[in-house]
Ligand binder design. Structure first.
Ligand code: NAP
Ligand code: F7E
Length: 324
């Protein structure tokens, strides 16, 4: 039975990846950081099937000890300060967790067992002010936030360990991927959760920032499978994972409110507080290399994704559940 270590297992992707690896027969070890309140709501349903260990991307000793004790075959590094907007007011913490954290875990792997296969959660935010459309593995980076800059560091240190130490290190350049488990602060979930509240008479306003920016939105459940496929390759390489389609925040609003039988113009208010100091206007990825090498392709369309999220939020509120 192979063993996989997931950092960031309490996050959206960590929970889907853990579920997927269990179906593949893995022993799943998840690293969680100490918090004063338990935040295992995304993994409660599988908690008896996985092992949780305490560690932090800011603490090298904890990473070394976890690797020594559990000797994983594969490490999926999903832990990060992942909210772009927070990376401006917290640029140093973002750099510590999202950039230097990658070096900490890579070097711990090098010391404990350099044959461990490593996946780094790179991001389309690295393309930022895009240099070509659509974006491919070879498109130059131009990050537009401290988060994007930190991810560029994480990306290149991963490539560097691969080339310096001949380690099986792969960087997946994933475009936005969403689900009913998406954090409430990200625009998709913020919209679907508020649509549900408006539909159920609990709210009558949604305050947003830039409605014109465009993203390539896919379903998180599809994207974690691509992570695993990358580590099964004999030769480690980097891959863009995306749908190849782009939609604006406006389009998302139309679809989400429309699905609930509402008109978003009646509820949405633009608010300066949610505008960013620098914006990434357009992202759309070219996943053809992943299609050719990994046989990977997305299975959920934009429309299906939005409807899935709205339906899940309405159901969750109706059942009185705490939002994931
Ligand atoms: P998420 O829901 O924000 O989850 C982030 C995870 O990282 C959480 O489990 C969090 O723990 C953990 N974490 C944060 N700081 C940590 C630290 N110092 N030590 C240990 N753990 C720490 O993010 P996600 O959407 O699942 O994304 C997973 C990864 O993919 C992230 O690296 C993200 O930057 C990257 N990515 C995401 C997307 C996307 O569209 N979702 C696209 C490209 C790349 P707590 O629960 O304790 O906060
Ligand atoms: O913003 C605009 C905002 O925060 C999307 C992370 O997973 O994907 C994610 O980063 C767009 C931006 O995601 C609001 O200005 C308008 O243009 O949902 P988001 P993101 O910044 O694209 C990448 C790939 C990652 O790697 C990240 O970890 O929506 N927008 N109004 C808003 N965004 C938010 N959050 N809130 C608003 O009110």
């Amino acid at each position: 039975m192979p063993t996989a270590l997931i950092t960031g297992i309490t996050g959206q992707d960590g929970s889907y990846l853990a579920e997927f690896l269990l179906t593949q027969g893995y022993k799943v070890v998840g690293m969680v950081r100490r918090t004063s309140t338990v935040n295992f709501h995304r993994i409660t349903h599988i908690q008896d099937k996985i092992s949780l260990v305490s560690g932090d991307m800011l603490d090298q000793i904890s990473l070394l000890n976890i690797l020594e004790e559990h000797r994983p075959d594969e490490v999926y590094n999903l832990a990060a300060q992942s909210f772009v907007q927070t990376s401006w007011p917290q640029p140093v913490f973002t750099g510590e967790a999202t950039a230097l954290g990658v070096t900490r875990i890579l070097d711990a792997i090098r010391l404990v067992d350099p044959t461990i296969r490593f996946y780094q959660a790179s991001s389309s935010e690295m393309f930022g002010k895009v240099k070509e459309v659509p974006q491919r593995e070879v498109t130059p980076f131009y990050p537009r936030s401290p988060y994007g800059v930190a991810k560029v560091y994480g990306h290149w240190i991963t490539v560097n360990y691969r080339e310096s130490y001949n380690m099986h290190c792969t960087s997946g350049i994933l475009f936005n991927h969403e689900s009913p488990r998406r954090g409430l602060e990200f625009v998709t979930r913020k919209i679907t959760h508020e649509v549900a509240r408006i539909k159920l008479g609990l709210s009558n306003e949604l305050r947003l920032g830039n409605l014109d920016s465009r993203r390539d939105w896919g379903f998180a459940g599809d994207y974690v499978k691509a992570m695993w496929l990358m580590l099964q390759r004999g030769t480690p390489e980097d891959y863009v994972i995306a749908t190849g389609e782009t939609y604006s925040v406006n389009d998302f609003l139309n679809e989400a409110f429309g699905h609930a039988g509402l008109d978003w113009h009646d509820y949405v208010v633009q608010d300066q507080r949610f505008m960013r100091p620098a914006e990434v206007d357009l992202l759309v990825g070219d996943p053809s290399k992943a299609g050719a090498d990994l046989g990977w392709e997305p299975t959920v369309t934009f429309k299906e994704l939005v409807q899935m999220m709205v339906d899940a939020d309405i159901e969750m509120l109706q059942n009185g559940q705490i939002p994931m």
